[in-house]
Design a protein around this ligand. Structure first.
Ligand code: ATP
Length: 876
């Protein structure tokens, strides 16, 4: 027997589970242990330490260096010198560098893994009689899955109860149409595509609700069997990483060419070829910015961790980059800009006297309670805020929820959807039947032919319709969210009716207006946006007047702005919409499908758009937006899956905070790149210029490699976690994606030249004033010290485009730490005798150190001057 050819009872029996209670926690635990976690294995799996370590040597220049070191051993052996020290040191430094590389890589990867776990999909199951939300990976065979619109289906299962379930199974079958599910028993030979009483892992629920007994998990599912990848392919590299990889390769080529020239010039000047070759290769290893993409990954990963602590979970790395350049933030109203703590403050109906008439009020509230999905749990009412507010108002008005549900149970329903903005339920009523429809007033009115006027049924004529509209508008203009309710009595049971048939010729009963106060922090966040040149836009399913009133309260809607409704939108061409979007800050009564058009309209003007969403149908808009933001609390799994980031607290202010972080992270990457490149150019300049003038080489190969070790990774990473400039949100968003804008290229070149000159100056002074006749050792030592110390100092210049005296010198403890470690390593190598011998330097005396200190500190005043000139020029 197959699962689809059994009755639900047989299925439950075979699975040893209960429909009402599900598995016990204990049993589930046991099954998880025997069956394994519910996941389809993906990709190559994690790289071990050894593979990672070896990968660090997968670089031509490093291999060349190792080859050269080995060759030097061979040659010295040949010459009978037996001098292995140089080669050993080179190897040691290379290994140490590789270690650092692995450390950085695994740190970044761990951070990314941890974040991934945070955004892992969840599933609702029955366990021990209680509804529980658990990680989808922990679902086991026999679990009772509770499905609702917007859920990812994480396992294969047999449907036990079906309330209009529709699923999308294109990930498994390629079939893009919605599939309507059934409960019945099917023949054993039914083809997979026709097994309508089964749900498949990897699909999702488009509409309806259902209960499902899990029949297979993990690799045993259909999708597991065909070994398709469940999750969509994640982009491996962000645009920035790609670009930096390219830039790095280009600069690397440049460095290589220069190193080649240096080697050639050395040969022409009849320098001994082998040492010359070692110098050139070491210089290439030191100067090629091979670490650029890795630094970016680390900075992005650290930034993501920081954002996670502030309630933003980044699902796709590129979003961090894009966030910083966001120009429009389209936000839902309910729950994101408002508190989603609704309270009914007014009831209204046609005619007069509702305020005083308890009974009439109770009747309206009774209808609102019937057509309602809330549940009672002890003293608490749980459910969607709008419905909860209505149920609470009913209870306060004397309606007994439980009594009512028992007396008139629901026997049919058309669920609420953001497109229809209506919901209908059917109940038995004194031998007959009644259907109750509630929804957005303007839409419900169109479905009504009659109304209760002063409690008596009457035709819903023009006059009464205008009265209803007026009352609706009045409440909406007072920022109330309005829901209307209507009913219809049936002599026959209206069970197999379509929504269309059920929602016709209704009797309009009344309306409820509820308050949903704005989030207190939203107003400040809107202000920050506007100062930062970002346009906040409200997109809502609510009434235009309600939306406008709340938008005005928050400062989103300002005098002169326009409000567009979904209806108006529908009549516009895309071009007209682009024009209209120019000064529209509120889109009201829109449905999810409109959101895509709105995003595209903004994007057409070249804007970077962030968009929030929570429902299944928001997924396309979330994907279309440059930054799709899903709601962490009230969002569906599908929305989360489509989004670039998840707002854990569903809060507008959190998006703005994330933009601030995004801007900071981008700036920090720029700082790290700027630092790395100017330092590397400094190293090349030192050797190149000396070579051009026919001087002795100012630094030996191991010295170059050591400088690279001391100055490259640590300060760059420290710059990557620099706290954001205080005024980062006072500036307009950066346009375009050029990392090297604003004259960065020229300042990198200038500063590189500066570092090179300082090192050469140290070499010259040391050689002329302190070296003994014919020796270079003091000169080299001083050049060695200045080259690395001046870079460590120069790192502080990167912290701000403004004068350093404007920011706190202690603002970045990581950088201070990197600085001290670097200084310690550098000074140690010179002052500790055995080390000094190995590195072919000599301990310096006080006078010499004084010169070194003066030269190493010079980048501070020089770059201050450069910044001053820059500011002057920009002002002009
Ligand atoms: P936002 O997009 O800002 O979250 P919203 O939550 O107001 O907007 P919807 O949930 O689509 O958007 O609601 C649109 C309208 O539908 C509401 O103004 C209300 O009149 C009506 N409505 C909302 N919830 C229900 C419900 N559960 N039953 C019936 N009608 C509802």
């Amino acid at each position: 027997m197959e699962w689809w050819s059994m009755t639900p009872t047989e299925v439950l029996k075979k699975l040893r589970t209960e429909e009402r209670t599900g598995l016990s926690e204990n049993e589930a635990k046991k099954r998880l242990e025997t069956d394994g976690r519910n996941r389809t294995e993906q990709g190559e799996g994690k790289k071990g330490f050894r593979r990672r370590f070896l990968a660090q040597f997968n670089d031509f220049m490093i291999l060349l260096l190792i080859g050269a070191a080995v060759a030097s051993v061979a040659i010295s052996y040949w010459n009978g010198e037996k001098d292995f020290l140089d080669a050993a040191i080179i190897l040691a430094i290379v290994v140490l560098n590789a270690f650092l590389g692995v450390l950085q890589e695994s740190r970044a990867e761990k951070a990314l893994e941890a974040l991934k776990a945070l955004s892992a999909p969840k599933a609702s199951v029955l366990r021990g009689g209680e509804e529980k939300e658990i990680p989808a990976e922990e679902v086991v065979q026999g679990d009772i899955l509770l499905l609702a619109a917007g859920d990812y289906i994480c396992a294969d299962g047999r449907i036990l109860e079906n309330q209009g379930l529709k699923t999308e199974e294109s990930a498994i079958t390629g079939e893009a149409l919605a599939i309507e599910k059934e409960e019945g028993v099917l023949a054993e030979k039914t083809l997979p595509s026709d097994r309508k009483n089964m749900v498949l892992a990897g699909s999702y629920v488009l509409a309806g609700r259902g209960t499902v007994a899990v029949t297979a998990t993990g690799m045993a599912t259909e999708i597991g069997k065909i070994a398709a990848l469940l999750a969509e392919q994640e982009e491996r590299e962000t645009p920035l990483q790609k670009k930096l990889g390219e830039t790095g390769r280009l600069l690397g080529m440049g460095a290589l060419i220069i190193c080649g020239i240096i080697f050639g010039m050395g040969l022409l000047r009849r320098q001994p070829p082998f040492p010359m070759f070692m110098t050139s290769v070491s210089l290439a290893v030191a100067a090629i910015p091979e670490g650029l993409p890795a630094i970016v990954t680390i900075v992005l990963a650290i930034g993501m961790q920081r954002m996670a602590r502030k309630n933003t979970i980044i699902r796709r790395l590129p979003a961090v980059e894009t966030l910083g350049s966001a120009e429009v933030i389209c936000s839902d109203k309910t729950g994101t800009l408002t508190q989603n703590r609704m309270k009914v403050t007014r009831l209204a109906a046609i005619g007069k006297g509702l305020e005083q008439d308890e009974e009439k009020r109770r009747f309206i509230l009774t209808l609102f309670t019937l057509c309602n999905d809330v549940k009672r749990q002890g003293t608490k009412i749980i459910g969607e805020p709008t419905e909860k507010a209505l149920a609470e108002a009913a209870e306060e008005g004397g309606v007994s929820l439980k009594g009512l549900w028992k007396e008139m149970p629901r026997i049919g329903e058309v669920p609420f959807s953001s497109e229809r903005k209506l919901m209908t339920t059917v109940h038995p009523s004194g031998g007959k039947w009644i259907s109750v429809t509630k929804g957005a007033p303007d839409i419900l009115f169109e479905k009504c032919a009659y109304c209760l006027d002063g409690g008596r049924q009457a035709v819903f004529d023009g006059r009464r319709k205008s009265e209803a509209r007026l009352k609706n508008g009045e409440m909406a203009a007072n920022a109330l969210r309005v829901v209307a309710v209507a009913f219809r009595e049936w002599d026959e049971e209206p069970l197999f009716f379509t929504a269309e048939e059920l929602e016709r010729d209704l009797v309009f009963a009344g309306m409820a207006g509820m308050m949903d106060p704005p989030r207190p922090e939203a107003q400040a966040a809107v202000e920050i946006c506007q100062r930062a040149g970002i346009r906040p836009v409200m997109i809502t399913g609510d009434h235009a007047l309600t939306a406008q009133a709340i938008a005005a309260e928050l400062g989103i809607y300002r005098a002169g702005d326009t409000v567009l409704t979904g209806q108006e939108l529908e009549q516009m061409s895309d071009e007209a919409l682009e024009r209209a979007a120019e000064d529209c800050t509120v889109f009201a009564r829109v449905s999810p499908a409109h959101k895509v058009r709105i995003v595209k309209a903004f994007q057409k003007e070249g804007r970077v758009v962030a968009m929030t969403g929570d429902g299944v149908n928001d997924a396309p808009a979330l994907k279309a937006a440059d930054i799709g933001c899903a709601m962490g609390k009230n969002g569906t799994e599908v929305a989360k899956g489509a989004a670039d980031m998840i707002l854990m607290d569903d809060n507008f202010a959190t998006i703005v905070e994330a933009v601030r972080e995004g801007r900071g992270i981008y700036e920090n990457i720029r700082k790290a790149v700027h630092f790395l490149l100017s330092s590397n150019i400094g190293e090349i300049m030192t050797i190149f210029v000396a070579m051009c003038f026919g001087w002795a080489t100012p630094l030996l190969p191991i010295q170059l490699l050591w400088v690279n070790l001391v100055t490259d990774s640590l300060p760059a990473i420290a710059l990557g976690v620099d706290p954001a400039d205080a005024d980062s949100m006072e500036q307009p968003p950066r346009r375009g994606n050029s990392l090297f804008s604003d004259g960065m290229v020229s300042s990198i070149a200038l500063e590189g030249a500066m570092i090179g000159m300082l090192a050469l100056l140290a070499f010259g002074i040391g050689h002329i004033y302190f070296d003994e006749e014919g020796a270079y050792i003091t000169g080299r030592t001083m050049a060695f010290a200045v080259l690395s110390l001046s870079q460590l100092i120069h790192a502080f210049n990167m912290r701000s485009e403004h004068s350093l005296f404007r920011i706190s010198p202690l603002g970045n403890p990581m950088l201070l730490l990197a600085f001290f470690i670097g200084c310690l390593m550098q000074i140690g190598v010179i002052m500790v005798l055995p080390l000094a011998e190995i590195f072919k330097v000599c301990p310096l005396n006080g006078k010499e150190w004084l010169v070194v200190a003066a030269l190493a500190l010079a980048p501070l005043p020089i770059v201050e001057l450069e910044k001053l000139c820059d500011r002057r020029r920009r002002k002009k």
